[in-house]
Design a protein around this ligand. Structure first.
Ligand code: SF4
Length: 63
């Protein structure tokens, strides 16, 4: 899978972006498993990203 380096990528149009409750400005990145788990009784943390962010793992969402 090639890494994205162009300026056309955006989390909001990535297949790994999970908008929270219809909030289109912020969402969770589901590319990797959750990071850190503060205690055994709490859930892991998904990275929160801005809709206009992007990273090299961007893949366009398909509808
Ligand atoms: S951080 Fe990367 S993989 Fe995650 S939603 Fe944004 S572009 Fe997609």
């Amino acid at each position: 899978m090639p890494l994205t380096t162009s300026g056309t990528a955006a989390c909001s149009s990535c297949k790994f972006f999970d908008a929270e409750g219809g909030n289109t400005a912020l969402g969770l990145c589901r590319y990797n498993p959750p990071i850190s788990q503060p205690t055994g009784e709490t859930a892991g943390v998904w990275p929160k990203v801005n809709a206009m962010d992007w990273c090299g793992h961007f893949e366009p969402a398909t509808t």
